[in-house]
Design a protein around this ligand. Sequence first.
Ligand code: ACO
Length: 173
Amino acid sequence: MPFTPDAELDLLFPSEQIPAFVRKQLPAELHIRPLASTDYRRGHLSVLSVLTVVTDPGEDAWRAQFEALRAAPRTYYGIVIVDKASDRIVAVGTVFIERKFLRGLGSVGHIEDIAVDKSQQGKKLGLRIIQALTGISENSGCYKTILNCSDSNIPFYEKCGFQKKENEMAKYA
Ligand code: ACO
């Protein structure tokens, strides 16, 4: 599939919200942009499956989920890195902006679902995704950006400028 420029895509949020300094640091053969309504066809779920078990809901249900995210403006920022030669997604990540009553009606950015295709790991794409999401979070006025991760990923997030704080609790249904 030939590379599809942002102008021809139906995007989750405006491309300009991805910090320019991140864009500039990517190799020329890669492109970073917001998630697009047709990214089901560019391997979005297969990259996410690097992270955990992914059940394919089919394209229509995937698209309905995309529209549900977009219906909450200034809240969900899903981004992808695309290999221009194949127009396939090689890295993904999301930041969700939570609006609070605390801290003078402050906001917190929650980073979720970071994954880099196995063949592309170790090339700083994870770092670029985190820099882009943190930039979006801070430009949205968030006073902090947080995430949960396994012990084995702590060194990666430390390299991205994060520090360990408190604990995660979980209750599965
Ligand atoms: N342990 C130690 N250091 C690491 C690790 C690790 N597990 N992973 C990366 N690093 C280091 C790199 O060596 C590099 O260091 P350097 O600057 O000194 O060279 C730096 O962190 C940046 O690494 P990247 O090349 O950007 O890492 P990559 O592109 O491979 O992405 C990621 C890292 C996202 C963890 C990737 O390996 C991946 O997709 N893993 C499987 C899925 C996963 O675990 N995702 C994160 C879940 S947590 C969440 O989603 C909030």
